[in-house]
Write a protein of this length. Structure first.
Length: 409
């Protein structure tokens, strides 16, 4: 097990929750005729995971709000291949050109992975890494070999989407990073960042599959959690996700670097001020009976009146600011995506007439510029998490393209 720091869970919060559940758990032990604590722990499934519904009685508010993630359904989500038509050229030859939709809520992780046209007969089990606690428990039990098994041999065994075990292990009074690969990549970030962010970061991160097909991160310290450092890592490794059929460039697909965008490189201002993912995405709510709990319905802060009240202490118009940050970033994403397509077309048309050295540099420019762009585009906040870092990466993509066009002129 990879136990992280203890959750700063106050006795009062726990008592409030337990009282509502009808348990006299907060009474001093001597006056408490209730069964010993061990008997309150529900049974685990065959993977060793205590499933969410087993906790419904003890932690009703956390359970109900966790269930509420069902409201964030895949229907009506953005189809990125339509929003960014350039992707059809940029991702040519790779699975993401077949289908790429905006994320839905945690209730749908297993649904989405079985629906996506990206999964084929060749897909490995490592694609299940961030979809279910049962896979996480299986890897923790049987080791890294599980990652290289066939997707189709395992997927039907699982029936629990992202749930309590992923972030708490089998003890909801603690926070625990259960994904071993990510825990191992944190290095000094394990101490330098809050565990209320690490539990999210174990899935909301930039990862790749290493030579043994094990899910891995391209860094092992906080300093490495930056697009430029990660590129250097992938280059040194000679790693590519696929080769572009028109330019021959060895390309990389960025994943969803939320954790690295917030904490890596030039940290976001809110992260530097001590705010974690949970501070912005999990409101403290109060039940009818006055019990205070963290909402486990993970929403945009703009959708939560409780969060907006907290943010309003400093932000007069957070919705307006977020919209402006997002527009600034997404407008540039659109413009630069057109430039990348023009660059791909240009390189494809002159490729055969270039000397080997010029060709290699021209292909590397395609690889690097597209990675910087992708790194910003696939980050789920559309630039809000760290507008400065997003612009800095888009600047790098632009500078590379300018160099590339000059090289091929
Ligand atoms: C995606 C990660 C995640 C999942 C899944 C998750 N939790 Fe939590 N949980 C957290 C975080 C983070 C906190 C701390 C919030 C804070 O301090 O702001 C927390 C806090 C808690 C607490 C402490 C009291 C409180 O409300 O703050 C309890 C109890 C709890 N969770 C129970 C559960 C149960 C039961 C489930 C499953 C039904 C669950 N959690 C699923 C991340 C998660
Ligand atoms: C075990 C992996 C895992 C953990 C842990 C996890 N997430 Fe997620 N999260 C996902 C996946 C996968 C999706 C996309 C689901 C889909 O589209 O089917 C997602 C989707 C989301 C969404 C919805 C995105 C949208 O556009 O509507 C939000 C918000 C979110 N996560 C926030 C968080 C926060 C905050 C935490 C920590 C408290 C967290 N997640 C922890 C895997 C995880
Ligand atoms: C300073 C507050 C803040 C912090 C810290 C923060 N987020 Fe966000 N997050 C936002 C805002 C604002 C948005 C954009 C919401 C919108 O477009 O309505 C967002 C969007 C998202 C989305 C897309 C969901 C959606 O509804 O658009 C995901 C997923 C997400 N954040 C995950 C995370 C994770 C994981 C972390 C920690 C590594 C994190 N966030 C840290 C404020 C924050
Ligand atoms: C203590 C004051 C304070 C509080 C409370 C606060 N913010 Fe901020 N926030 C700032 C400052 C200062 C900045 C820097 C940019 C600026 O001046 O607008 C900032 C920037 C941001 C950014 C841009 C990304 C970054 O970190 O650079 C986001 C997104 C954000 N805040 C969201 C939120 C959300 C969501 C909440 C409520 C959960 C919140 N803030 C609460 C002071 C605060």
């Amino acid at each position: 097990m990879f136990k992280s720091k203890k959750l700063r869970l106050t006795a009062a919060a726990l008592c409030a929750t337990m009282m509502v559940a009808g348990l006299a758990a907060c009474a001093p032990r001597a006056n408490n005729p209730a069964a010993p604590e061990a008997d309150l722990t529900p049974a685990a499934d065959s993977f060793g995971v205590i499933k969410a519904e087993e906790w419904a009685g003890l932690y009703p508010h956390q359970y109900e709000t966790w269930k509420a993630n069902e409201a964030n359904a895949p229907e009506g989500k953005d189809n990125y291949l339509e929003t960014y038509p350039a992707l059809n050229t940029m991702y040519k030859g790779y699975g993401f050109a077949k289908g790429y939709d905006e994320a839905a809520g945690h209730s749908y992780t297993l649904h989405s992975i079985t629906e996506t046209p990206r999964v084929t007969d060749a897909t490995l089990a490592n694609c299940i890494t961030c979809k279910t606690p049962q896979f996480t428990a299986l890897v923790n039990e049987e080791g890294d070999g599980v990652y290289a098994e066939k997707f189709s041999d395992l997927i039907d065994l699982f029936d629990e989407p992202v749930s309590c075990y992923n972030c708490h292990g089998n003890d909801p009074t603690q926070l625990e990073v259960t994904s071993g690969f990510y825990h191992g990549s944190l290095g000094d970030a394990a101490e330098a960042t809050p565990v209320e962010a690490q539990v999210c970061g174990q899935c909301h991160n930039e990862y790749y599959f290493n030579a043994a097909k094990v899910t891995s991160n391209p860094y092992d310290s906080l300093a490495g959690m930056d697009a430029e450092q990660m590129l250097a890592f992938y280059d040194a490794l000679g790693f590519k996700d696929w080769e572009h059929p028109d330019t021959g460039a060895p390309l990389l697909k960025a994943q969803h670097p939320e954790f690295e965008t917030v904490y890596g490189g030039q940290q976001s201002r809110m992260a530097a001020a001590g705010f974690s993912c949970a501070d912005c995405h999990m409101a403290t709510e109060e039940s009818d009976t006055g019990a205070r709990y963290s909402s486990h319905e993970l929403v945009s802060p703009l959708e939560s009146p409780e969060l907006m009240e907290k943010c309003g202490l400093c932000h007069d118009d957070l919705a307006g600011e977020v919209a402006a940050w997002q527009k600034g970033v997404t407008d540039r994403e659109q413009a630069i995506s057109q430039d990348i397509v023009r660059y791909i077309e240009k390189l494809a048309s002159v490729k055969d007439s270039l000397d080997p050295e010029t060709l290699a540099r021209a292909q590397q420019i395609h690889r690097h510029a597209q990675f910087y762009w992708d790194y910003v585009m696939v980050e789920n906040s559309e630039g809000a998490h760290n507008p400065e870092a997003a612009h800095a990466n888009l600047d790098k993509a632009e500078a590379l393209l300018a160099e590339g066009f000059a090289l091929l002129a």
